[in-house]
Design a protein around this ligand. Structure first.
Ligand code: ZN
Length: 79
């Protein structure tokens, strides 16, 4: 299982993964709630960013993707 490199920008997405273990301040082992897989780049995986060094989630639908993007936008607005 690979360690995810999570930065604060990804925090909204942490609601959509299972935190398996916090390793270091910015690193955690997580598994995707939608497909159950563990990926090193949660953001790229959940936001279906291709060519980002990870596999995109097979179970994130267009509706889920829109919700994720809204949550990220809201989190950024709070800063
Ligand atoms: Zn997934």
């Amino acid at each position: 299982m690979e360690a995810a490199e999570n930065n604060p920008d990804d925090r909204p997405l942490w609601n959509h993964v299972n935190i398996l273990e916090i390793l270091l301040r910015r690193t955690a082992r997580v598994s995707c709630k939608y497909c159950g897989g563990s990926y090193p780049r949660v953001k790229a995986h959940l936001l279906l960013i291709h060519n980002a060094g990870t596999n995109v989630c097979p179970n994130v639908t267009e509706a889920i993707l829109q919700q994720l993007q809204n949550e990220i936008a809201q989190a950024e607005g709070q800063n």
